[in-house]
Design a protein around this ligand. Structure first.
Ligand SMILES: Nc1ncnc2c1ncn2[C@@H]1O[C@H](COP(=O)(O)OP(=O)(O)OP(=O)(O)O)[C@@H](O)[C@H]1O
Ligand SMILES: [Mg+2]
Length: 364
């Protein structure tokens, strides 16, 4: 009996992506399916570098396909292609060179937006994604400090060229103004500077562009939403009641701007002792998760207060690089995993909503 591509696809439908709760055939992950007598070859293209399927999907696929009558050999390649979760009809146009713009914001200053932006970017990059960071904090740009990066803005005559550090593409207004100079921004300047910063950078082939948002009111968020299509926002909170109330406002602000909240991260959530590694809930427990639940947005996890996080930021070596095996760095890794998964979920939702236009399965 001859083996058919339909039989292969039917067998592969048994494998389900637990993040997206759909099978890998319907998700369009199966590519380059070729059947040659009893020999079967195909690629499985996952949607995130951190997918829990990454380790096992090759073996699972081999097992289900091998059990089809007539199959003699199975050649599976596992790859990753991050899909775009931006829905251009909901905001500005897509940003060239970037699949997913992710804003990291908060309702409040000093809760750890920049710390989360930088370490989230590094964790995604370590997992294998192509990642950039845009310092959107025009009032106090400190992404370069946290990355230990001193750079002048360079252009290729047409576009701003991002600096590179730890494998990230980085652009900051600090490159233009110098570390210590006070910059006074008036409303229209803010908008035009942001437009330029969002549109005139030559980002190269990024899966995720993390934007470190400034504290406070939504003028930058508004300009952002009008300038480019944003895949979503990550809202950083701390466990204190004031910050929680502010975070609620931040989620609502992004909703108004048509930017979906990918999730809430609770930073400085509990104390992790650098010496004995004991962890204690000095601020109570569960505040961030509770507002995530009441606002019906995903909860992305808790990050400890851990002194080496701030020391590393001051030295320009973020914790994900400085202590990659620490519990704190692992906590950032888990947040990165959740953020990437939520982007993939949203990308899938958009694709299903546009089903008529986007072919879900492409088999050659
Ligand atoms: N989890 C943490 N453990 C220890 N220190 C932290 C942690 N998160 C942030 N910090 C420290 O808290 C301070 C504020 O963090 P950060 O600059 O990231 O906040 P921010 O929200 O970006 O602030 P701003 O509103 O001023 O932009 C920094 O000194 C940083 O090193
Ligand atoms: Mg900041």
């Amino acid at each position: 009996m001859s083996v058919t591509p339909e039989a292969i696809r039917a067998a592969l439908k048994q494998i389900v992506d637990p993040d997206l709760r759909a099978d890998i055939v319907s998700l369009g992950y199966v590519k380059e399916l070729a059947v040659d007598g009893g020999r079967v070859r195909f690629t499985i293209e996952l949607g995130t570098h951190t997918s829990s399927l990454r380790e096992t999907v090759g073996d699972q696929a081999r097992a289900v396909v091998s059990s089809i009558d007539g199959v003699e050999a199975v050649d599976v390649t596992v790859a990753v292609r991050v899909r775009s979760a931006t829905a251009p009809e909901k905001g500005g146009p897509p940003l060239p060179g970037v699949k997913n713009v992710i804003a990291v914001g908060a309702g409040k200053g000093g809760v750890g937006k920049t710390t989360v932006s930088v370490n989230l970017a590094l964790a995604l990059s370590k997992a294998g994604a192509r990642v950039g960071v845009l310092d959107g904090d025009i009032y106090g740009p400190n992404v370069p400090l946290m990355l230990g990066l001193k750079a002048e803005l360079t252009t290729d005559g047409r576009q701003i060229r991002p600096a590179e550090k730890f494998g990230l593409q980085v652009v900051s207004l600090a490159f233009m103004t110098g570390d210590d100079q006070a910059v006074i921004w008036r409303g229209p300047m803010v908008h035009s500077a942001i437009q330029q910063f969002f549109r005139d950078v030559g980002w190269k082939d990024l899966d995720y562009l993390i934007i470190d948002m400034p504290p406070g009111t939504g003028d930058v968020a508004l300009s952002l939403s009008q300038t480019v299509a944003v895949a979503g926002a990550v809202v950083v909170t701390t466990p204190q009641q004031v910050s929680l109330a502010d975070s609620r406002r931040a989620v609502r602000m992004y909703q108004k701007l048509n930017i979906p909240t990918l999730g809430i991260v609770e930073n400085m959530s509990y104390y992790a002792c650098p010496n004995c590694h004991h962890e204690s809930d000095i601020f109570g427990f569960g505040g961030g998760e509770e507002i995530a639940t009441t606002m019906e947005v995903p909860f992305m996890g808790r990050l400890p207060v851990y002194q080496p996080i701030s020391l590393g930021s001051d030295r320009g070596i973020p914790i994900v690089i400085a202590e990659p095996d620490s519990a704190a760095a692992r906590a950032f890794g888990q947040v990165a995993e959740k953020v990437a998964a939520q982007v993939a979920v949203n990308a899938h939702r958009n694709a299903v909503a546009n089903k008529g236009k986007i072919p879900l399965i492409q088999v050659r």
